[in-house]
Design a protein around this ligand. Sequence first.
Ligand code: C2E
Ligand code: MG
Ligand code: MG
Ligand code: MG
Length: 289
Amino acid sequence: AAKDQGRNRFHYFTPSMQEEARYRMVLIRDLRKAVKQQEFEVYYQPIIDLTNEQVYKAEALIRWHHPERGLVSPAEFIPIAEDTGLIIDIGNWVFEQAAMQSAAWREKFGVEIQISINKSPIQFRDEGDSFENWIIKLQELNLASNGICVEITEGLLLDASMGVSEKLLAYRDAGIQVSLDDFGTGYSSLAYLKKFDIDYLKIDQSFTRNLESDPNDATLCEAIIVMAHKLGMKVIAEGVETKEQQQILSAAGCNYGQGYLFSKPVPYAEFEAKYLKTSEQRQHDKATS
Ligand code: C2E
Ligand code: MG
Ligand code: MG
Ligand code: MG
């Protein structure tokens, strides 16, 4: 028994760890069920062009409606989906939903909203992962390939083993854009910015959060923006929550903002109602203004 192997070892196996392991197993079981029974929904958060406050981009963010526990945060279940490989099916599903949504919005409103999709390193590592399937889907929907943007994180760029370089080049050739998410929180080797063809840098919300009060954060944001522009990238600031943050970012030349100041991630119907207008609505607005 554990107790016979010495006090220390016994001490390590606390009930809370046992509980945690149990909880995890239950979550894994529920997640498998969720994939089968389609308990997921894609929310959309607008990405605002800071020069004119228009919305032509959105980030797709998955939501899980657990039958008993209600909404479960992706921060909680995405790591488990990655560990179990379920992220492959989930990721493909999110892609399909986002692509179909973009096509539906173009039909209904005559605008093409570029939708960003988070792609986990586990998806890149999967042998069956093929961007060709995505290209085919986009062609089926008659969507321009830059209608989709793939969000990756810095950690992925460190891993040379899964042909990341080749895949990113293939995306580039196919016209799919690439964003570097959570910039500044990972390994942030600047060499990667030179080596890989990246379209957008997303400044992590930890830099935006104290922008008004911490001059160091403002300096870092400004430096990131200047560097990105000189390297031919555009910049998206995440986690913009106040007007003052928006102003500081705009003054520094930041291209886009995303955050609660503009909107939380919302279901597609709410996104439509808030940000999209049919040509009849636009004409009506013009006539009555
Ligand atoms: P992320 O890709 O960095 O997404 C941004 C997160 O910041 C989202 O959290 C969003 O709701 C939140 N956020 C946006 N504006 C603000 C703000 O002004 N203030 C604050 N405090 N938060 C803000 P969410 O939706 O909970 O997602 C968390 C993470 O889960 C994402 O971080 C992403 O890494 C992952 N994730 C979400 N959906 C997917 C997916 O479909 N596939 C994969 N692989 N990962 C996903
Ligand atoms: Mg993201
Ligand atoms: Mg992020
Ligand atoms: Mg993140």
